[in-house]
Ligand binder design. Structure first.
Ligand code: URP
Ligand code: ZN
Ligand code: ZN
Length: 465
């Protein structure tokens, strides 16, 4: 059994910061021991990694990605191969992607399709949520089987009528089923029916630029949908996880639900914390790069999101990585913002941007690790295999240089997309080395991994219930 020792670093988990060496045996964390102790110095090893001056972190868990997603008449540009490689570059060692049930098809067919896309191609480990587009008697029954085999979360949409949209009755039925089978309903909470009216009116009045995407997807319509989702979950007796929360009033709805003791959870994404409607309004169709739903909001919302993350009104930061190239893909919406494929690239930069938030004083180091590693693992039934550094856990470990300076750019990133939403942004902190189950994937900033190393992760149910 191969043995690796990581010595000299500061181990940071959601609960602790320990100056400790880490022993890895056969792909798992075997032990931690304080630097210089007899225990630590007695460890023999095949490989020693010097982490002096570095943080030793659990690998990031990105619980919201869309690799190769068919959407808006095109496909998200990252494959499972390129997307998981980029994730590794950024210190993320687990993704949970969304398999899609197509209208009129079974959940099983959708899941099989996603397994076929990912199998043998991933650089790091991966699991699946299931997008429920067609709630009916048969797909409701299938939910039970999926939960039993490790697909334990289901995304429903109050947005995108005619594509993924479910009405309140279908949502209630899915929630009732989840309350019986242990599944977690993930909600895209925007009132898509009302938004489509505003889209039609905007286009008729000649308001066709990308910035109107933000105008029509109003804060009130995110807040209203969030409120409605909470009430439906309450009636069903089901837990609820609201994805990509962007608006202050939506945070208020989640906070109010949690205050009542309801099992309601919230996720936000780096784009809502670092970008704003100013980006959507960039001239020359540049704003198309920032079209995603829920949309970017005015800057004032950011402080509410940071506060929500600090006080646990929001529990998770995921990327909603759904990259479309500017050239040929985002451009499909020139002259009609509603035809711009919705989504942004980000899987590579979540850990770094959130470390910048530590540097800027928005988050503590442990809260950084909690919202990026431990909480998503717990939320989606992967803890403590993923999300922490403790004996028995998978040895998914990031050696992180907190003092390195870098400039984010499409010139240097590894995602298969021709722009960066953070082009030119200077951040402090950078991944040096990444292990996935003890195997180096990034070594001193060189990619040494391979497609097919990543394995599929059947998941347990939500561990916050
Ligand atoms: O704009 C986004 N978020 N695209 C991906 C699909 C979704 O709604 O999460
Ligand atoms: Zn969504
Ligand atoms: Zn998404």
């Amino acid at each position: 059994m191969s043995r690796t020792v990581i010595h000299g670093g500061l181990v940071v988990t959601a609960s602790d910061e320990i100056h400790a060496d880490v022993l890895i045996e056969g792909g798992r964390i075997a032990a931690l021991a304080a630097h210089g102790t007899d225990a630590a110095t007695s460890w023999s090893a095949d490989r020693r990694i010097d982490a002096t001056g570095m943080y030793v972190l659990p690998g990031g868990v990105d619980a919201h990605t869309h690799m190769e997603m068919p959407f808006g008449g095109t496909y998200a540009a990252d494959t499972f191969e390129t997307g998981t490689r980029a994730a590794a570059w950024g210190g993320t060692t687990t993704i949970v992607d969304f398999a899609i049930q197509s209208m009129g098809r079974s959940l099983r067919e959708g899941l099989d399709t996603w397994h076929a896309k990912a199998d043998g191609r991933c650089a790091v480990d991966y699991g699946f949520h299931m997008i429920l587009s067609d709630v009916n008697e048969s797909s409701l029954k299938e939910m039970d089987r999926l939960v039993a085999e490790g697909v334990t979360s289901f995304k429903l949409f109050m947005a995108y009528p005619g594509v993924f949209y479910s009405d309140d009755g279908r949502i209630l039925r899915a929630m009732q089923r989840a309350s019986g089978n242990g599944g977690l309903v993930m909600m895209h909470a925007e009132n898509g029916i009302a938004i489509d009216v505003l889209v039609e009116q905007a286009l008729a009045e000649g308001r066709t630029d990308p910035r109107y995407h933000g105008d029509v997807r109003k804060v009130a319509l995110e807040a209203e949908a969030t409120h409605r989702a909470v009430q439906l979950a309450r009636v069903a007796g089901a837990p609820l996880y609201v994805v990509h929360v962007s608006a202050d009033e939506a945070v208020d709805e989640i906070a109010a639900a949690r205050h009542k003791g309801l099992p309601v959870f919230g996720e936000t994404c780096p784009q809502y914390l670092f970008l704003s409607t100013d980006n959507l309004a960039e001239p020359g169709f540049e704003g198309a790069k920032y079209v995603c739903s829920t949309p970017l909001r005015p800057r004032e919302h950011q402080e509410v999101l940071w506060r929500g993350l600090r006080n646990n009104e929001l529990q998770v930061v995921s990327t909603d990585h759904c990259p479309f190239c500017f050239s040929g893909q985002k451009e499909m919406g020139r002259g009609d913002f509603s035809k711009i494929p919705n989504g942004m690239p980000g899987v590579e930069h979540r850990m770094d941007l959130l470390h910048q938030a530590v540097v800027d004083g928005h988050l503590s180091r442990r809260r950084w690790v909690e919202i990026a590693c431990a909480s998503p693992a717990r939320m989606f039934g992967l803890y403590p295999k993923k999300g922490t550094i403790a004996p028995g856990a998978d040895a998914d470990v990031v050696i992180y240089d907190p003092g390195a300076e870098q400039t984010i750019s499409a010139e240097t990133h590894h995602m298969a997309v021709d722009y960066s939403a953070y082009e030119g942004r200077r951040v402090t902190g950078q991944v040096r080395t990444v292990l996935s189950r003890g195997v180096p994937v990034i070594e001193d900033r060189a990619y040494v991994g391979h497609a097919g190393h990543g394995t599929y992760l059947p998941r347990g149910t939500c561990q916050y219930l």
